[in-house]
Design a protein around this ligand. Structure first.
Ligand code: BEZ
Length: 388
C-alpha cells in the first residue's frame, strides 16, 4: 500500500470514529410510547409496541448509533386525558420523539401538543383526517393511514359489486364519522346511496336495538367501523342476529384484523379493505412475519406493521441527521424522499406526511384476512385543509 493510500484510509477511519463518537455523545434517544395499554384497544397498542421494538432490534438495538430509552404512557383511549398525558412526555420526561397513538380523538390532542412544542410525532395508527389535513406540520408524520383511505376504497368496491343501498354503523367519534364519510364518498361516486348512519358512543358495545333497525330496513350492504374488542363483539352480534346470511357486512380491515381467533365462525367470508393483508407472500413480508412470530409467539397484524414502519421512518430521519433529531428540516426531508420498505409493500410519504399506499381487498378465510386483489393502487389521502 502506498503512503498516500494508507494516509487516506487513516483519515477515513478517523472521520468515521469522530462520527461514531459524536453519536455516542448525543446519549440515548428518549422515545415516548403513548399507546392504549388498557381498554378496548389494548391489543392494538401492544402490537404497535412489539412492531416498533422488532424494527429497532433488527437494527442492532440502536437507531443511527444511539441507544434507545423507552418511556411509556397508557393513554386509555381517553381524549379527556390526552393533553395531560402527552405533556407528561414532552415537559416532564423531555422525550426526543413521541410514537402514538391508536384513538383518533387522542391523536388530535397529541398533534396539537406536538405542533406547539415542535417535538417529532410519528402516528402509528390513529387515522384522524385532520392530523394530515388542517393540523399537518413539518414535525408530524404518520406510518399508518387516514380514516378516509380504507373507507373510500371499500365504497368503490361495494359500488362496483352493484350494491345500491347501504346503512352504516359505527362508534360516534372522529374515526367512525370519518370512516363513514370516506365510504359514502366512494360508494355514492359509484352510484350507490347511503340511506342511514347508525352510531353508538365509544366504547359502548350494546348493538341490539340498531341490529333490529338494520334487519327491518334491509339495505344491500352494511358498512361498519369498529376495532379491537368492540369489533369482536359487533361481528359476533351481527352473525348471532342472523344478519350475515342476508345482508353482507363490510368495513375497513380493522373490523377483522387481530380479531379473527375471537370472532371465529361469525367472520367467515367477510370482505374488508386495508393497507395490509395475509398472504401477500413477498420475501419482505414473509421475513417480517417469521421474525415477529418467533419473537412474540403471536401472528402480526396491521397494527404491528404500522409500529414497525414508525421505527423504520424514525431510522431514516435519524440516519440523515447522524442521530441529531433537532435538525428538523433534514430529518423531515429524508422521510419525504424515502421509499419505505414496509412488509405491506413499499410506500412513500405524501407532502402532508401520510402514506401513499396500495389498499387491498381481503376475504376472511379461517384465521386469515386473505388477499383477494389490490382494490386501489397507490391511494393518496386528499389532505383537505393541509397548508404545508
Ligand atoms: C382511530 O381511532 O383512528 C382508529 C382506532 C382503531 C383502528 C383504526 C382507527
Amino acid at each position: 500500500m502506498s503512503h498516500r493510500i494508507a494516509r487516506t484510509a487513516l483519515t477515513v477511519l478517523a472521520l468515521a470514529s469522530i462520527a461514531t463518537l459524536a453519536q455516542a455523545q448525543q446519549g440515548k434517544l428518549k422515545v415516548g410510547l403513548m399507546l392504549p395499554y388498557s381498554g378496548t384497544y389494548t391489543a392494538l397498542g401492544v402490537a404497535i409496541e412489539n412492531g416498533f421494538k422488532l424494527a429497532v432490534e433488527e437494527k442492532g438495538g440502536k437507531l443511527a448509533g444511539r441507544e434507545i430509552e423507552y418511556v411509556k404512557v397508557d393513554d386509555e383511549s381517553d381524549p379527556a386525558k390526552a393533553t395531560d398525558n402527552v405533556n407528561k412526555l414532552i415537559k416532564r420526561d423531555n422525550v426526543d420523539v413521541i410514537i402514538g397513538t391508536v384513538h383518533s380523538g387522542v391523536v388530535m390532542a397529541m398533534a396539537k401538543a406536538a405542533k406547539e412544542s415542535g417535538t417529532v410525532l410519528i402516528v402509528p395508527n390513529g387515522g384522524a383526517d385532520a392530523v394530515t389535513g388542517p393540523m399537518c406540520a413539518p414535525n408530524i408524520f404518520r406510518s399508518s393511514f387516514s380514516n378516509w383511505q380504507p373507507a373510500y376504497a371499500m365504497g368503490e368496491v361495494a359500488a362496483k359489486q352493484g350494491k345500491k343501498t347501504a346503512m352504516t354503523i359505527t362508534w360516534k367519534y372522529a374515526a367512525g364519522d370519518e370512516s363513514v364519510a370516506g365510504f359514502k364518498e366512494g360508494f355514492e361516486k359509484g352510484g350507490g346511496k347511503v340511506t342511514k348512519n347508525l352510531t353508538v358512543p365509544f366504547p359502548n358495545v350494546e348493538f341490539q336495538a340498531l341490529l333490529t333497525e338494520i334487519a327491518a330496513a334491509k339495505p344491500d350492504v352494511v358498512y361498519s367501523f369498529f376495532a379491537g374488542g368492540g369489533a369482536v363483539k359487533f361481528v359476533k352480534d351481527y352473525a348471532a342476529a342472523g344478519l350475515n346470511k342476508s345482508i353482507p357486512l363490510v368495513g375497513p380491515g380493522f373490523l377483522t384484523d387481530g380479531t379473527l381467533e375471537a370472532q371465529g365462525e361469525s367472520a367467515q367470508g367477510m370482505l374488508t379493505t386495508l393497507h395490509y393483508a395475509d398472504g401477500l407472500n413477498t420475501p419482505r413480508d414473509n421475513a417480517f412475519r417469521t421474525a415477529y412470530a418467533k419473537t412474540f409467539k403471536l401472528q402480526p397484524d396491521v397494527y404491528a406493521v404500522q409500529g414497525y414502519d414508525a421505527a423504520q421512518m424514525l431510522a431514516i430521519g435519524l440516519n440523515a441527521t447522524k442521530g441529531d433529531i433537532t435538525k428538523k428540516a433534514e430529518f423531515a426531508s429524508a422521510i419525504e424522499k424515502a421509499k419505505i420498505d414496509s412488509p405491506r409493500g413499499a410506500f412513500t410519504i405524501s407532502k402532508a406526511h401520510n402514506p401513499v399506499q396500495d389498499v387491498y381487498l381481503r376475504k376472511v378465510e379461517g384465521n386469515e384476512n386473505k388477499l383477494v386483489s389490490v382494490a386501489v393502487k397507490g391511494l393518496t389521502d386528499p389532505a383537505r385543509g393541509c397548508k404545508m
